[in-house]
Design a protein around this ligand. Structure first.
Ligand SMILES: [Zn+2]
Length: 76
């Protein structure tokens, strides 16, 4: 199990996202941003817009970087 904060994943708050795989943490992180955004939280709304706007190339780049971060992070 590894733990990341929203901020460590490129987000804006200190909510903790945890999971056993990079895929799991990434999915939960995305769900967190969508949830906060749906609640009308402005900084997460901006994040979601940025995520939607970055396209496949941007997403692939983020994913590549995040996989490295996940591998380097010690188990929590
Ligand atoms: Zn957040």
């Amino acid at each position: 199990m590894k733990k990341f904060t929203c901020r460590e994943m490129g987000g804006t708050c200190d909510a903790v996202i945890e999971g056993n795989t990079a895929e799991e943490v990434s999915q939960k992180g995305q769900a967190h941003v969508e949830e906060m955004s749906a609640q009308g939280e402005e900084s997460h709304k901006a994040l979601k817009e940025g995520m939607d706007a970055q396209g496949e190339e941007g997403k692939a780049k983020w994913w590549e970087g995040f996989q490295k971060k996940f591998a380097e992070k010690p188990d929590a």
